[in-house]
Design a protein around this ligand. Structure first.
Ligand SMILES: C[S@@+](CC[C@H](N)C(=O)[O-])C[C@H]1O[C@@H](n2cnc3c(N)ncnc32)[C@H](O)[C@@H]1O
Length: 210
């Protein structure tokens, strides 16, 4: 990890928490993430003012036709459905997320006469796939959810082919004001939008704001 060897406090200041999440919190996180599924895309699009689609397209541009590609933490398939012409594997620990992704991603692939993607129910920390298998590994808005980031990165490196690349797209805390603005945005605008979209005062973004 980039922050290895830094004093403890430093680990938490740069980019993203470097270590992980404890088992109990991670289980709670997964319940809340699954609860976002019906409103996931709509809330993301509104709270990023439409920028999420641009970020995804940018990450997609790191893959070219014919590549072996793995998305780690594919969620409901929002990113993977836009990957064209690649041999695709989608991995997520949530069966529910994978079921939604499978429908959505395979529909697009079928229309383009591409083979179905492969769907793997697993975590980044324990990837049941062979060494040196992928030209690209993509991680969008899921790296922050790894319960053990060092183990996840080690596994990703293992499955990447020599010269392959990992591309992570996530929200970090680059500087103190950046982190503060993020917390304010998450605690206000995101809460309001999630409540309006879900029409539920106990929507999952309430917990996720933590
Ligand atoms: C916010 S969603 C991101 C979905 C998608 N990548 C996107 O671009 O919108 C985060 C996903 O990470 C998954 N996740 C959580 N912990 C994970 C872990 N340890 N390893 C792999 N994926 C994980 C969750 O199940 C969830 O589907």
């Amino acid at each position: 990890m980039a922050n290895e060897g830094m004093p403890d406090g430093e680990n938490r200041q740069h980019g993203i928490d470097a270590t992980g999440i404890d088992a109990e919190e991670w289980a709670e996180l997964m319940v809340n993430l699954e609860a976002t599924i019906p409103a996931y895309d709509k809330v993301n699009t509104i709270v990023t003012l439409g920028q999420d689609a641009r970020w995804r397209r940018h990450v997609q541009s790191f893959a070219t036709a014919g590549m072996d590609v793995l998305e780690v933490g594919c969620g409901p398939g929002t990113f993977s459905e836009g990957l064209v012409g690649v041999n695709l594997t989608c991995l997520d620990p949530s069966r529910e997320m994978l079921a939604v992704a499978k429908k959505r991603v395979n529909a697009g692939r079928k229309a383009r006469k591409e083979e179905d993607a492969i769907y793997v129910e697993a975590t980044a920390e324990s990837i049941p796939l062979q060494d040196n298998s992928f030209d690209r590994v993509f991680c969008l808005f899921s790296f922050r959810d790894f319960h053990d980031k060092k183990a996840g990165l080690t596994e990703i490196l293992r499955v990447l082919k020599p010269g392959g690349r990992l591309v992570i797209c996530d929200a970090g805390k680059g500087r103190f004001p950046h982190g503060l603005m993020g917390r304010i945005w998450m605690g206000t605008v995101v809460q309001l939008v999630a409540r309006m979209v879900t029409k539920d005062p106990n929507h999952p973004w309430k917990w996720l704001a933590k």
